[in-house]
Design a protein around this ligand. Structure first.
Ligand code: ZN
Ligand code: ZN
Length: 348
């Protein structure tokens, strides 16, 4: 089968590999029907994910159809349409039992798919702990609607859930990329008084205004004054930092009001300063990523009921055999790209 493979720093290539097989009685094999490319894939390509193993198939955003399951798998069976969770977790260790699945102590716990074990930018993928890692897609939900459930949408949902958002709040979301938009959608579900989105890219802000007209948008230049002006207590009540830019962590805590929750979802490529003397007395509460992505069934129900719709994020579609071209478009942010759907080659 075809598999987009991490060859070495700076190089991914589509290569022919054997179809994966069950290795454990809790595994499932999934035929990938739709996948996507994530910014984290680019982090692997650029060598900034030390755990990533050269030779692995990349890709951790996908939906598909179950082909085969191990003897111990109970929640899915061959033929089921499923979302695949970015995180692998055993469901039994201390961290899993507390819902902190990102820190599952299993050797493959956390982000393994498409990083430490073969992922889903391929025709088939082996998913360990299938009862934890797969969720059945409701019949009325399409592959496109479900595509982001296991990764960027799980991240946005988790971020909104932990940010202690109240109806009277002004919420600032920093970053309007794919994860930022997913976060925004999940923040909207919590019905805060006001939402402000900050991004340096005017095209992204336009996308926000078009799809979510009640949301206020602002560029980074005057974000601090803007947030103070549009909030009731001299700053945002909750800040969700999803950008991971050079100055966006500083922006996040500066725009927060005293006693606010600052949720850091972003994955930074460089260390960030936490200047405690400067923020002394502000009494901020920091919560930091990565996602505990174990609430995919709730997210699927929200999609089914029409409360979440991430399909406008899909701006481009390429078949798997043209994934290298899709990477070129995504990596260079060409042609107004937000997210690219990768279809199975079948029948072409
Ligand atoms: Zn991702
Ligand atoms: Zn675990």
């Amino acid at each position: 089968m075809l598999a987009c493979t991490y060859i070495e720093k700076g190089k991914f290539q589509l290569v022919e590999k054997p179809k994966p097989v069950l290795q454990n009685d809790r595994d499932a094999i999934v035929r990938v029907t739709l996948g996507s490319i994530c910014t984290s894939d680019l982090h692997i390509k650029h060598g900034s994910v030390p755990k990533a193993v050269p030779g692995i198939t990349v890709g951790h955003e996908m939906v598909g159809v179950v082909e085969a399951v191990g003897a111990a798998v109970a929640s899915v069976k061959p033929g089921d349409r499923v979302t695949v969770n970015v995180e692998t977790f055993c469901g039994q260790c201390f961290f899993c039992k507390n819902g902190w699945v990102n820190n599952c102590t299993d050797e493959n716990g956390g982000w393994a798919l498409g990083c430490r074990i073969d992922g889903g930018q391929a025709e088939y993928v082996r998913v360990p702990y299938a009862d934890q890692g797969l969720n059945k897609i409701p019949d009325s939900v399409t592959d496109e609607q479900a595509l982001f459930v296991g990764d960027v949408l799980a991240t946005g949902y988790w971020a909104a859930q932990i940010s202690e958002i109240r109806n009277s709040d002004t919420v600032l979301v920093i970053g309007a990329g794919p994860t930022g938009i997913c976060t925004l959608q999940c923040v909207r579900l919590m019905e805060p008084k006001r939402i402000i989105v900050c991004d340096k890219d005017e095209q992204r802000l336009q996308f926000v205004r078009k799809n979510y007209p009640e949301v206020l948008t602002v560029g980074p230049e005057n974000v601090l004054e803007f947030v103070k002006e549009h909030s009731c207590h001299n700053g945002a009540d909750a800040v969700l930092e999803v950008a991971g830019g050079k100055d966006t962590f500083k922006m996040a805590w500066e725009c927060a009001r005293p006693n606010a929750v600052v949720t850091v979802v972003a994955l930074y490529e460089e260390a960030q300063a936490l200047p405690l003397p400067e923020m002394y007395g502000k009494n901020l509460i920091f919560k930091t990523g990565g996602v505990d992505g174990c609430r995919c069934d709730e997210i699927l129900r929200l999609i089914e009921s029409g409360k979440i719709d991430t399909t406008p994020l899909i701006t481009h579609t390429y078949p798997l055999r043209q994934i290298e071209e899709a990477y070129r478009i995504f990596e260079n942010k060409l042609d107004g790209v937000i997210k690219i759907a990768i279809t199975a080659d079948e029948g072409e």
